[in-house]
Design a binder for this molecule. Structure first.
Ligand code: FES
Length: 350
């Protein structure tokens, strides 16, 4: 009896660069959401019985992924000789099922990780919404919009602290050489520009091209204050309701939430690794598609790896108009650190 491998679980590790390749190969499994700058596993594909018949496509998508973030688990099953022969007759994917009758079971070997300096990878992840090799491969001119957008942020707007910690954690020991400062020197500078400089240096991008890339960012700084309309619009909301009008506002969107006695502005950036959660009104929670973090309707983290609640922005009235000032954040460092949400800058009473 022949055997073959079937995919029982598929997921996406951090670092996706929204290249569309996986959705092209396995559209019923992967969904690229450009509006949210992310790629998710479709709900149906969370079921093993759904993924098994799609094993070949999933393996191909994983092999084609330029940043190797598609992962999967498999089981080995027995198949009839006829089925094994039919599989073998199909065009096999490298490493995928396709053994002829009597052959040793075909292995769905996960793609081999590419050789990437972890410090550089960490810098890319820290300085882009979706870091990855592709930035180096394609060049700065052709980088994803998410990367260009992140380059416009000031260091204080970079999400979230966990990323910086990750960078420092992954950075290699000091390595001075004749060409300039060590990576830790660059990291120690703590500025976004340092990350880009390191990326440009490693990527072989010319100083001129790098300067041209960076120059417009200075000129296109967006006003951190957003005028959100009259207070009556929000005081009319039901308690627990979420206004999503300003989720798409660049470079940092927000939700306005209605609580019993107030309204507040929540950042849309997940405090784990910076993906953008979705508001699920039926479940009364914000759910992050990347690694499953969940946040209650007041922004408190309660499931998944996110270490702290969604950040809040300063909110105030100008006459009768609600203004959200994204240059001032109110941070809770954990689910029990919410007393600062009573700071007068953190909410408008209604
Ligand atoms: Fe990992 Fe949101 S980015 S759970």
């Amino acid at each position: 009896m022949a055997t073959k491998q079937l995919v029982t679980k598929v997921w996406i590790d951090p670092g996706c660069i929204i290249c569309d390749a996986c959705e092209t190969t396995a559209p019923s499994v992967f969904e690229v959401q450009h509006e949210n700058d992310t790629c998710i596993i479709r709900p149906a594909a969370l079921d093993a019985e759904f993924t098994k018949p799609l094993s070949k496509d999933i393996v191909e998508a994983a092999e084609e992924c330029p940043v190797d973030v598609i992962k999967f688990d498999t089981i080995e099953v027995e198949v009839s000789d006829a089925e094994a022969a039919a599989d073998a007759a199909k065009k096999p994917a490298a490493g995928a099922a396709g053994a002829a009758a009597g052959d040793a079971p075909a292995k769905l070997d996960p793609p081999k990780p590419k050789e990437v300096d972890p410090a550089i990878q960490a810098l890319l992840e820290a300085t882009t919404v979706r870091g990855g090799n592709v930035v180096l491969d394609r060049g700065l001119e052709d980088m994803p919009d998410s990367v260009k957008r992140m380059a416009k942020l000031s260091p204080t707007e970079l999400p979230p602290d966990a990323r910086q910690a990750k960078v420092l954690d992954k950075a290699k020991p000091d390595k001075k050489d004749a060409d300039g400062p060590s990576r830790r020197d660059l990291l120690g500078a703590g500025a976004l520009g340092a990350g880009w400089l390191a990326m440009a240096t490693v990527g072989g991008v010319s100083t001129l091209a790098f300067a041209r890339f960076m120059a417009p960012n200075v000129l296109e700084v967006e006003d951190p204050k957003v005028r959100c309309g009259p207070l009556s619009k929000y005081s009319a909301m039901a308690t627990g309701e979420v206004n999503e009008d300003f989720k798409p506002v660049k470079p940092s969107g927000f939700w306005i939430i209605r609580q019993e006695d107030r309204i507040a502005a929540l950042s849309i950036i997940c405090t784990h690794l910076g993906c953008i959660p979705s508001w699920l009104p039926n479940d009364r929670k914000f759910k992050c598609p990347c690694h499953g973090s969940g946040f209650k309707e007041n922004g408190v983290n309660f499931e998944g790896p996110a270490p702290r609640p969604l950040e809040r922005f300063k909110i105030y009235l100008d006459g009768d108009e609600v203004i959200v000032d994204r240059s001032k954040k109110i941070l809770a460092m954990g689910p029990n650190d919410t007393a600062k949400w009573n700071d007068p800058e953190a909410y408008i009473p209604v």
